[in-house]
Ligand binder design. Structure first.
Ligand SMILES: C[S@@+](CC[C@H](N)C(=O)[O-])C[C@H]1O[C@@H](n2cnc3c(N)ncnc32)[C@H](O)[C@@H]1O
Length: 280
């Protein structure tokens, strides 16, 4: 399969710009990304490359930035594999939890040893929002609690929640790639109490309610779906949300309070946050 490499020069070039750029390129079919000294290189299958879509993405970019890019056709290669091997390094959180891939071979001597082969699904723990949610899970008592992981990606959060005693667990993602990858990761980690589903909030129904909901998605989807999450959250239940910035907390809090949730606390890293609410 032939790939197109798009080498994008970003002004300014910083972590926030390159993260948002990679995420939005993913929405138009780019499969993998490499941060460079000047910006980001993205890789996409040749037949999926759409210059107009790229130009409109760059001109409608949500942050203040200017871009210049060059396009090259590149030799056949598994870019995901390259990215995984070269850029996905083992991640240790609070000396308690390690996230690594099967090719890393770090001895599994931590309290929680998680294996993730991410392919194209989001969630290796390297994004601040995933890390913040992992910290919340490490500090919470999920023992015997039913749990929903909305926007599960690789299922990293559901896997850790299962290791922390949550049971039963439902993990949902709208993306078929995420579903397939989550399935592989459940089996890699020998987790058998997580039911995976493909879809969004329309899958939630009062027949299945939860003590805990995790939702690391993004500001707008959360604002749209908070009411649906609350409708399946048991009284006294906990809702943890991430995928947005510190300045978005007031609007997320106002929407949550509309449906009877109380703000508990938030954690922040590089302006990204995870917030916890409880249901009265
Ligand atoms: C930021 S990633 C989080 C992945 C993982 N939970 C983590 O913490 O690393 C968000 C995920 O939400 C999924 N998603 C996007 N919109 C969604 C929706 N409306 N309902 C459910 N999942 C959604 C995406 O496919 C993506 O896998």
């Amino acid at each position: 399969m032939n790939y197109i490499e798009v080498d994008i020069v970003c002004t300014p070039n910083n972590e926030t710009i390159s993260e948002v750029l990679s995420a939005t390129l993913g929405e138009i079919g780019f499969e993998s990304f490499v941060d460079t000294d000047t910006g980001v290189k993205g890789y996409i299958q040749k037949q999926l490359f759409d210059k107009e879509a790229l130009d409109s993405l760059l001109s409608d970019f949500p942050l203040e930035a200017a871009f210049d890019y060059r396009v090259h056709e590149v030799e056949d290669k598994n870019w995901n594999e390259e990215w995984e091997k070269n850029y996905f390094q083992p991640l240790i959180i609070d000396d308690r939890c390690i996230i690594q891939s099967t090719f890393h071979n770090v001895p599994a001597t931590f309290e929680y040893n998680i294996y993730i082969d991410p392919k194209m699904a989001f969630g290796t723990g390297h994004h601040q929002t995933t890390e913040l949610m992992i910290r919340e899970i490490l500090n919470a008592d999920f023992s015997g609690k039913s749990l929903l992981d909305m926007g599960c990606g690789t299922a990293i959060l559901a896997i850790l929640a299962s290791m922390r005693g949550a049971d039963p667990i439902t993990a949902i993602d709208i993306d078929e790639w995420a579903y397939d990858n989550a399935k592989e990761n459940l089996s890699l980690n020998k987790i058998s109490n997580i039911e995976l589903k493909i879809g969004g909030a329309e899958l939630l129904s009062a027949n299945e309610t939860f003590d805990v909901i995790l939702a690391n998605i993004n500001r707008n989807i959360l604002l749209n779906d908070i009411h649906a999450y609350v409708s399946v959250l048991n009284s006294g239940g906990e809702l943890y949300m991430s995928g947005f910035y510190i300045e978005d907390i007031p609007v997320i809090q106002a929407e949550s309070e509309k449906y009877g949730l109380s703000f508990d606390h938030f954690k922040e890293k590089n302006n990204w946050v995870a917030v916890k609410f409880t249901k009265n």
